[in-house]
Design a protein around this ligand. Structure first.
Ligand code: ASP
Ligand code: MG
Length: 410
């Protein structure tokens, strides 16, 4: 018997009618002989509403209490879902994070899963039940309720799939798969049949919102196949899986973009050992994720250092960095929020030369200025002015032959 984990996002359980629709799909899978564990998000908009309420009380709610509050959204959806399944004549149990032993660290609001204890789930499945687990939540060692960060239900689903050794983790959502780029920008974007974990990681870190990034990291680590598909039709979606030989034939699999970062530059930083460490220490300590870092060659013992951080952490970073800049005797700190990062992604880049050059040329043809560049084995990213994002995405999508009807460049 196969074990299948099915995760439904907020829009897929956004009303009682949608819950019924999803419950029917769960039952169909159960009827086929699968053992099904369902993982749910809160009903659409619920988590936002809860956060809004908390912020009406205070601009900075205690993180511990905020997690207690935010985790309630999923408690509502799993209970309603289990009742719906029962009303259709099947056995179901709803379960909260602590009941299935989802153990996390204590980083409220962005806790990491350390362990999932599969015992209770396996027992329930053996009794023939459909199990409905609250996504996004866990508890720390002392039993405090934690949440995993926005969109964290995907991670719950994959972690549970890993713990159970499930055959597949199906992520049901309001789009029908992973596309070569955002179809809202590029109507000719096409759905990918397969994508490797590494490519998906690059795409999600760039803001392709289909899967939460940590869920992909988890899936890669434990080799859990993910099937991203639509709740609202029966089509196959996109399989996110380990890399295969065939994937290398396509140079670029997708174009991603991210408007959620801001740029920070510190000018005339004294160029001596330990300075970078001093600058980033408070930033890292605050849990701020630094993405690109560029340091210029030094001129007369001084150098400029530029990096990007999430926009939500921009003001905090500016403050932290301004303090150190003064301490170490740098000149000044500049910030720019109107930037975007655009990337081309593909495992085929490893075996093909000249990909970056082709990208730069395509952007130059549109007179788009490149402010920063970073590369990895399977990605080239550039930072550009935010207002050119859509143009850059469209041009790159076309230049690399990703448009619907084309094969993709070999
Ligand atoms: N309900 C949570 C959120 O809105 C978790 C999730 O949807 O995955 O972020
Ligand atoms: Mg979601």
């Amino acid at each position: 018997m196969a074990i299948v984990v099915q995760k439904y996002g907020g829009t897929s359980v956004g009303s009682l009618e949608k819950i019924r629709n999803a419950a029917e799909r769960v039952i169909q899978s159960h009827e086929k002989g699968n053992q099904v564990v369902v993982v749910l998000s809160a009903m659409a908009g619920q988590t936002d509403d809860l956060i809004r309420m908390a912020h009406e009380i205070t601009p900075e709610p205690e993180p511990r209490e905020l997690d207690v509050l935010m985790s309630t959204g999923e408690q509502v959806s799993v209970a309603l879902f289990a009742m719906t399944v029962q009303s259709m004549g099947y056995e179901a149990h709803s379960l909260l994070g602590f009941q299935v032993g989802i153990l996390t660290d204590r980083l409220y609001g962005k806790a990491r899963i350390h362990e999932v204890n599969p015992t209770r789930l396996l027992n329930g499945l053996d009794k023939g039940r459909i199990l409905v687990v609250a996504g996004f939540q866990g508890t720390d060692e002392s039993g405090n309720i934690t949440t995993l960060g926005r969109g964290g239900s995907d991670t719950t689903a994959v972690a549970i799939a890993a713990a159970l050794g499930a055959d597949v983790c199906e992520i049901f959502t309001d789009v029908d798969g992973v596309y070569t780029t955002d179809p809202n920008i590029c109507p000719k974007a096409k759905k990918l049949e397969f994508i490797s974990y590494d490519e998906m990681l690059e795409m999600s870190s760039m803001g392709a919102k289909v899967l939460e990034i940590r869920s992909v990291e988890f899936a890669k680590k434990f080799n859990v196949p993910i099937h991203v598909r639509s709740t609202f039709n029966k089509e196959r979606g996109t399989m996110v899986v380990a890399e295969t030989k065939d994937m290398e034939k396509v140079v670029v699999s997708g174009v991603a973009y991210n408007k959620n970062e801001a740029r920070v530059t510190i000018t005339k930083v004294p160029d001596r050992p330990g300075v970078a460490g001093q600058i980033f220490e408070p930033v890292f300590r605050a849990g701020i994720i630094v993405d690109m870092i560029v340091q210029n060659t030094s001129d007369e013992g001084r150098t400029d250092l530029t990096f990007t951080v999430p926009k939500t952490d921009f003001l905090k970073t500016m403050k932290l960095v301004s303090d150190v800049a003064q301490k170490i005797g740098a000149e000044k700190v500049l910030g720019d929020e109107d930037i975007a990062k655009v990337s081309i992604v593909g495992v085929g880049m490893r075996s093909h030369a000249g990909v970056a050059q082709k990208m730069f040329k395509a952007l130059a043809n549109e007179t788009i200025n490149i402010m920063m560049i970073s590369t990895s084995e399977i990605k080239v990213s550039v930072v550009i002015e935010e207002k050119y994002t859509e143009l850059a995405v469209r041009v790159l999508h076309e230049v690399f032959g990703l448009e619907d009807g084309e094969q993709g460049e070999s």
